[in-house]
Design a protein around this ligand. Structure first.
Ligand code: KIV
Length: 271
C-alpha cells in the first residue's frame, strides 16, 4: 500500500481561514535553500524573502541597495526548499515606486523567475495604483505599514511609528485601503500594540506584526535576529530563541584549533 506523503501547501486562502478561525499565523524570513528547508520543515506558515537580505545577507546598512535580480536569486533558492509554506517576496526599493507599469513588471519577474507565490510592498494609499495593477494580473499582494524600512531616509530613525494621532489615523486608512484593493494580508511593523490591535480588529484580512503587539493575527521575525546570529541586535520586540552566533563561533574555533593541532582529519576521517 502506498501512503500519500504530499504536503498540503499553505495558500493565501489558508491564511485567511486561519484568521477566521482565530488561529495565529507564523511567518519568518529566509533567503537561501538550506535555512528555508529548516524553516519549512519546522512548520512555519509563511516564508518571507525579505529585503532585509540587504542587511543580514549582504551587510548593507539599509534595505535600499538590494536589487530585483538579487531578490529573485534569493527567492528562487527559497522556493526550491519550501514544500509547505507560502513564499512571499519583497519588491525591493526602486522596483515599484516609479509607476504602476514598472511595479507590475517587477512583480511579474519575481513570480516568473523565482516561482514565489506572492509579493510584499511597503506603503499605503500612495502605492494604490501599483498594488491594484499587480492584483489585476492575479498576483497576490501583502501590504506593509508602520515602520517601512525602504523609507528610512524620510523617517530618519528606526523608532516606533504612528504614536501620534495623525500618523495612526493615516495608518488605519492605509490598512483599509489595502484591504479594499484586495491585498491578502498586511505586515504592521513597530507600532503601538493598541494600534496593532485596533487595525487587526477592523480588518477582515490578516495582520502580521513585528513589534506591533500580541493582538495581530500573526507574527514575523527576521531569522538571523531570532536565532541570535546578529549578536548586537536586541530591540524590545525581539525574542531570541537561540544564540547561534556563539554556537557557530565556538564550533569554528574548535575546527581551527583541530586543524592547527593536526587533530583533524583523523585516520577515520581519511581515505
Ligand atoms: O524585509 C523584511 O525582513 C521585512 C520584515 C521585517 C517584515 O519586511
Amino acid at each position: 500500500m502506498s501512503v500519500n506523503k504530499e504536503v498540503k501547501r499553505v495558500t493565501t486562502h489558508t491564511i485567511q481561514e486561519m484568521k477566521n478561525k482565530g488561529e495565529k499565523i507564523s511567518m519568518l524570513t529566509a533567503y537561501d535553500y538550506s535555512i528555508a528547508t529548516i524553516v519549512d520543515d519546522a512548520g512555519v506558515d509563511i516564508i518571507l524573502v525579505g529585503d532585509s537580505a540587504s542587511n543580514v545577507m549582504a551587510g548593507h546598512e539599509t534595505t535600499l541597495p538590494i536589487t530585483l535580480d538579487q531578490m529573485i536569486y534569493h527567492a528562487s533558492s527559497v522556493v526550491r526548499a519550501a514544500k509547505r509554506a507560502l513564499v512571499v517576496v519583497d519588491l525591493p526599493f526602486g522596483s515599484y515606486q516609479g509607476n504602476s507599469k514598472e511595479a507590475l513588471n517587477s512583480a511579474i519577474r519575481i513570480m516568473k523567475e523565482s516561482g514565489a507565490h506572492a509579493v510584499k510592498m511597503e506603503g499605503g494609499i500612495e502605492i494604490a495604483e501599483s498594488v491594484s495593477r499587480i492584483l489585476t494580473a492575479g498576483i497576490p499582494v501583502m501590504g506593509h505599514l508602520g515602520l517601512t524600512p525602504q523609507s528610512i531616509y524620510k523617517f530618519g530613525t528606526y523608532t516606533v511609528r504612528a504614536k501620534e494621532e495623525a500618523e495612526a489615523q493615516k495608518l488605519k486608512e492605509d490598512a483599509l485601503k489595502l484591504q479594499e484593493l484586495g491585498c491578502f494580508g498586511v505586515v504592521l511593523e513597530k507600532i503601538p500594540a493598541k494600534l496593532g490591535e485596533e487595525v487587526s480588529q477592523s480588518l477582515q484580512i490578516p495582520t502580521i506584526g513585528i513589534g506591533a503587539g500580541q493582538h495581530c493575527d500573526g507574527q514575523v521575525l527576521v531569522i538571523h535576529d531570532m536565532l541570535g546570529i546578529n549578536k548586537g541586535f536586541k530591540p524590545r520586540f525581539l525574542r531570541q530563541y537561540a544564540s547561534l552566533y556563539d554556537v557557530m563561533n565556538d564550533a569554528i574555533k574548535n575546527y581551527v584549533s583541530d586543524v592547527k593541532a593536526n587533530d583533524f582529519p583523523s585516520e577515520k576521517e581519511q581515505y
